[in-house]
Design a protein around this ligand. Structure first.
Ligand code: DX5
Ligand code: ZN
Length: 229
């Protein structure tokens, strides 16, 4: 178990999917003022996942409104087709689903060639071995803890063990990649995920749906993560 004091602060990446889009700029400013470094941007195409969210114009608007790190999660078929466009629209990092491309190694390489940080992710039902060949080639590994497509779903408990396994694999190769978890993450399970090796947490409904708004939601996470294990 890592010494809590030696760990860098956990990066919180609130999912804009749950924000009030009529007030996108204000929501981003609230996050910034609360000390959050990243914003998570969920792009869904109605093909890879059974839902459509939003795409390039919303990312571009978020980029114009804020200097937060734009953490773009691409839940789209053949993401290679759009990596250049999302980079142009303001992504700082792009995470691709291993199931969405026949050429995951090429896709993460293309993200880095665009000068962005490359992430790989996989659905809860996908064997972890699928991402192992590219672990040395990415800056972020995302363990999905719900089936992607919708916010507000229940955390799948077996994801904790998957986080532990990926943590071990990253440590074995000396990778400093972020280990992110997305789906059903709340202030109540944040600590357990960090103890399992996560360095980066996505949360949508737990932040934007908090009584008291996003600032209160962020504070709940900060308080939970500050508690001694
Ligand atoms: C799910 C998305 C998530 C989602 C998380 O498909 O990838 O980022 O917005 O929402 P919550 O935190 O509400 O589960
Ligand atoms: Zn996401």
């Amino acid at each position: 178990m890592t010494d809590a004091a030696a760990r860098p602060p956990v990066i919180l990446s609130p999912s804009l999917l749950a924000c009030d889009f009529t007030r996108l700029g204000e929501e981003l400013a609230t996050l910034k003022n609360a000390g959050v470094p990243w914003a998570h941007v969920d792009v869904m195409d109605g093909q890879f996942v059974p839902n459509i969210s939003f795409g390039l114009p919303i990312l571009a608007a978020a980029r114009r409104a804020s200097d937060l790190y734009m953490d773009v999660h691409l839940m789209i078929e053949q993401p290679e087709r759009f990596l250049h466009d999302f980079a142009e629209a303001g992504a700082d990092g792009m995470t691709v689903q291993v199931e969405s491309t026949r050429h995951i190694h090429r896709a993460v390489g293309q993200i880095r060639e665009l000068g962005k940080r490359a992430g790989v992710t996989l659905n809860p039902g996908t064997p972890l071995e699928m991402i192992r060949p590219v672990l040395a080639d990415v800056d972020l590994v995302l363990v999905m803890s719900v089936n992607p497509g919708f916010g507000g779903q229940k955390f799948i408990g077996s994801s904790v063990e998957r986080v532990r396994t990926v943590r071990r694999w990253l440590d074995e190769i000396g990778s400093a990649a972020e280990l992110q978890v997305d789906g059903g993450v709340t202030a109540a399970n944040a600590r357990e995920l960090v103890e399992a090796g996560a360095t980066n947490l996505v949360a949508g409904s737990a932040i934007f749906g908090a009584a008291g708004g996003a600032a209160a939601g962020v504070q709940a996470f900060q308080a939970a993560l500050a508690e001694q294990a």
